[in-house]
Unconditional design. Structure first.
Length: 65
């Protein structure tokens, strides 16, 4: 992958993690009842985005060596 694609994937995955975590935190703060399916989907999205973030972070680190 080239440098621009890695940077783009890194930033998108970071935004997805933060927005999904924010959604989970807001629903917990207001004690809103979120359906279990939605909570599971959000957790899966966070896990996938975390995997992408780790991969792209390692690739960015490799390029600096």
């Amino acid at each position: 992958m080239d440098h621009k694609k890695i940077d783009l994937l890194w930033s998108i995955s970071l935004m997805v993690i933060s927005l999904s975590s924010l959604a989970v935190s807001i629903t917990n703060a207001f004690d809103a009842n979120v359906p279990d399916a939605l909570a599971i989907i959000l957790c899966i999205i966070i896990l996938i985005a975390t995997g992408i973030l780790v991969y792209t972070s390692l690739k960015k680190w490799q390029q600096k060596l």
